[in-house]
Design a protein around this ligand. Sequence first.
Ligand code: IPE
Ligand code: IPE
Ligand code: MG
Length: 271
Amino acid sequence: MIDLSKLAEPGSIEESLLERIDFKRMPRHIAVIMDGNGRWAKSRNLPRVEGHRAGIASVREIVETAARLELGVITLYAFSVENWKRPRYEVATLMLLLKEYLRKELATLMDNNIRFVPIGRVDGLDETVQRELRYAQEQTARNTGLLFQIALNYGGRAEIVDTVNRIMALLREREMSDAVIDEAFFSDHLYTANVDDPDLLIRTSGELRVSNFLLWQIAYAEIHVTKVLWPDFRRRHLFEAIIDFQARDRRYGGVEEADAQMFIEADENRA
Ligand code: IPE
Ligand code: IPE
Ligand code: MG
């Protein structure tokens, strides 16, 4: 059971937002493009890395909130394959902040029964980063609550190409090189094998693009873009995104039940 008292103070904005959420229709998987750290810092005349540092507080709050909401999965986009283009100092600081976060937050992840899994070309990261990631993943592997995926050295196209190569190697090994594969088989060999696709994709800082994130998996995700910059993104903004999501009509290429019924009745009248 979701403990609402852990999500909002009495009389707060959060409480009034929570009242608008239908807990029977929650997204199972929320993916987030955490963007706007640099602009947040710039608007305060601070170096960009201070925006990344401030963004950690948002990560902490959103992951904990996702666990308290009893979501199945949250996936945060932390570092793309394209982000290596940034100044060396910025990349180094991001990696340092990641290690710091993992060391400090492991206890909280354990307390909240959260399973932590990095996705992306993890083997392309510095060995010291890989070690921290492995440790956090191993320590939390038997937790049964929220699955927290962090996308690092991640690219949607890279994932698709890696998947193709993985499948080709597998088929060669099984001497099945002329096998025909289908979508389900392909999905089962992505970094996110066995994880439901995101229902809701959030992007902060107002940018209207997907920046190479989960290209395969977001085929039918609802997209919520907010102008809020990542370091300012708090629990209430997550609630707003969920309320927006619940107002959407997800048709998956079909029509609404009521509209389908109208056509059936019209057909019957004609007959
Ligand atoms: C997102 O914030 C964090 C990462 C991509 C690591 P940015 O650093 O992209 O911030 P802006 O977009 O420059 O404001
Ligand atoms: C996307 O943000 C990558 C992450 C959030 C890690 P970027 O800031 O790198 O994306 P663009 O450059 O605006 O497309
Ligand atoms: Mg950005």
